[in-house]
Design a protein around this ligand. Structure first.
Ligand code: GLY
Length: 299
């Protein structure tokens, strides 16, 4: 039994968040980190804390996750979520989910079931139905804001580089509990106007997230196609395991993105000693942390 001081850091996306959207991003991250920390304070696991925080972000329409997710080319959200437990390297994820408002809860069920790591589309939804998760009408997840964006993309076309200018991105969290266990989780609606079936980095182990008690935990936010090709989160965690500081590990990861034109991302990190950090090479990243150093948030 460790006597680690619990800590958690959440992110609500790393992009060019405009001034008018900044307060809800900041407040949403603060509310989510408090929800996650409340779990840690009552002795719950890092995994439970991550789920509580990510669920909070999914329910907040500010973020591109759960309710308020961006719409794909066919006019509906397709959501991905992943969870990793740093104690046993257990992983659970779902991709391409349309009818469940909290994909992170499905990811937990996949992780706890243990037969598979990742379920997609109809298979993921069948798995959820078999476990009696409440199903929703996909329309109920769509905001007017996203319908208007979608209409505009249909009229004017959509360039993936447009994503740099959209003020919404993936949500996620990493946590350390009092037993010394780490966990990481992400949830996302992915990229606006994406092709049906497109899967991003957020629910792929090693790409958008990774957690290993021996080294650290990391979640990424940004252009999934780039993050996936670099297996970015695993690289960060491996660098922490080799003894790099959070700053050096993040700098190295963001430098690796330099191989791609316009390579941009944000990272949240947590070490086994409870050090939290957020780094990004985007104009802004929404994040908040709570732990031994008190409450902190991006300004
Ligand atoms: N980073 C989220 C995505 O590209 O799907």
């Amino acid at each position: 039994m460790s006597d680690a001081e619990p800590a958690i850091i959440v992110h609500g996306g790393a992009w060019n968040i405009p001034d008018e959207a900044w307060p809800p991003h900041r407040e949403g991250c603060l509310a989510a980190v408090r929800a996650g920390y409340a779990e840690l304070a009552r002795g719950a696991s890092a995994l439970d804390a991550v789920i509580a925080a990510v669920r909070f972000l999914e329910d907040d329409p500010t973020f591109d996750a759960g309710f308020g997710s961006v719409l794909g080319r066919d006019g509906y959200p397709e959501m991905d979520a992943g969870l990793m437990d740093g104690a046993g390297l257990r992983f659970g994820g779902v991709v391409g989910v349309r009818r469940f408002a909290n994909p992170v809860l499905l990811a937990r069920a996949v992780l706890e079931d243990g037969s598979h790591c990742l379920l997609s589309g109809e298979g993921a939804e069948l798995f959820a139905r078999e476990r009696c998760f409440p199903e929703c009408d996909p329309e109920s997840l769509i905001l007017d804001r996203e319908r208007e964006n979608w209409e505009r993309y249909r009229r004017e076309g959509f360039d993936l580089a447009e994503k740099f200018r959209r003020p919404r991105e993936t949500a996620g969290a990493v946590a350390l509990d009092s037993r010394g266990d780490l966990a990481a989780g992400n949830s996302t609606g992915g990229v606006s106007f994406k092709h049906p079936g497109r899967v991003g980095d957020s629910a792929l182990p090693g790409c958008g997230l990774y957690a290993d008690n021996r080294s650290g935990a990391c979640c990424c936010s940004g252009w999934g196609e780039q993050i996936m090709r670099l297996v970015l989160a695993k690289g960060v965690v491996d660098d922490l395991g080799r003894g790099l500081t959070v700053g050096k590990a993040a700098d190295a990861a963001l430098a690796r993105l330099g191989r791609f034109e316009g390579g941009r991302a944000g990272l949240i990190l947590l070490t086994p000693a409870g050090e939290t950090a957020a780094f990004h090479n985007t104009p802004r990243m929404a994040w908040a942390s709570l732990g031994p150093r008190g409450e902190q948030a991006a300004e």
